[in-house]
Design a protein around this ligand. Sequence first.
Ligand code: NAD
Length: 489
Amino acid sequence: MRIPHLINGQAIAGRDHFDSINPANQQVLATVAAGSAEEVQLAVAAAKSALPAWAGKPPAQRAKIMHRLGELITRDQAELARIETADCGQAIAQTGANLVPRAADSFHHYAELCTRMDGQTHPTPTHLNYTLLQPVGVCALVAPWNVPLLTASAKVAPCLAFGNTAVLKPSELSPLTAARLGELALEAGVPPGVLNIVQGNGRDAGAPLVAHPDVRLVSFTGSTATGHAIVRNAGLKKYSMELGGKSPFIVFEDADFERALDAALVMIFSINGERCTAGSRILVQRTIYPEFARRFVERARRIPVGDPLDPATVIGPMVSQGHLARVRGYIELGLQEGATLLCGGVQKPDYAPEVAGSVRDGNFVWPTVFADVRPDMRIMREEIFGPVACLQPFDDEADAIAQANDNPYGLASYVWSENAGRAHRVAAALEAGVCYVNSQSARDPRPPFGGVKASGLGRDGGHWSLQTFTEPKNISISYGQHAIPRWGL
Ligand code: NAD
């Protein structure tokens, strides 16, 4: 299969190519066009010339097209889930039931919201101020590899619904579903040039895209290090930055133990642990810590690892051999730092069944749990982005808050307590953009999503995406009788 760029509604083969590899068996899934400044230039020019007509469409017409695109994603849901799973290694049970349907939801949600955009009026005795929400212009949408269709949709849907045009750069590690999204957009009636896709890596395609002078906004999801590099390179633009995380999952002794245990396992082992909201620092009150750790490890050892296309699989292969080496490197580091390995490890543990022959060469990491982790250890401070949990006891509420906040990141957080007052107090005190109480992450398209500290800038979701993807303009009109100084008469 060959995957081209999508520029001005045309499939552009490009001069250079790279292979997209199936992480379950190392086979080539597709040969993908590798973009450079040349394709970026064409794509930005196409987005710029498509902007006036698209921004000038009545919102109801844009909404109709966005709804249609959501319906097409639902029509092709099974195929998209299979492509996504083959490309990035996420288990089909999660791509099919959760990640692809949520991509469709994004288009329906922003289709509705764009028809309800309204400004404000601020009258004075002499002037009427009113606010127009206008599209920002040409937007660069740069996506990571972990949940590619969902992230692309969460950017493309509000961007287009609110009247902007876009150049999307998917990750070079999982480019396939974004390419399908481009085809579906054309089928839905998105005019040529409104959504362009330049494939390729960060250095050759991403960097010239974000730095392009006609790009007015960069909506980026990816690592904190790349976020810094983009701001340095792209200069003064509007930014939305959804970056890394090392989220605390806090379990008090008065929590519903069984539900907390279930959710703790889900939040570190779902999406292969390759999720920005992973509850990777599991902080448990000392009184229940030994029992929690024992039960957590007992369950973690039994989680099925293997062929991501098997509906029974929970953890599929890491997205690439490079990322596999990185995750294994952190496991080795944890051992060197003196943490205690309770299960998993660098290689397949003896208690785990062999994976099937056809995926024997997959980039697998088995659920790995460290205990006796100190707050200063790198495995406790840095984002591993794999199925690796760190368990740590705490003494009381103040200690839990202090440990949770002792980290550079501030994306998600989780609090488990049946004491409502404590749950509210701790949720308010945590340095995080999102806090789930007595729950795993439960995303809704309306509330704000994003991080503080090293986890990012700005918020996505509902009205917060409206703020990102529009510029408010104040228009101040005089009633014609206010005083104007008459200098120089
Ligand atoms: P990454 O930063 O390596 O790459 C992200 C994207 O940026 C890719 O498309 C890449 O090609 C591009 N890129 C790389 N260098 C660039 C440059 N100099 N200029 C422009 N573009 C460039 O991240 P990744 O490894 O793909 O994704 C994993 C990271 O994403 C993790 O840190 C994870 O926490 C984060 N993430 C955050 C969220 C969130 O909502 N906060 C969601 C998903 C993933």
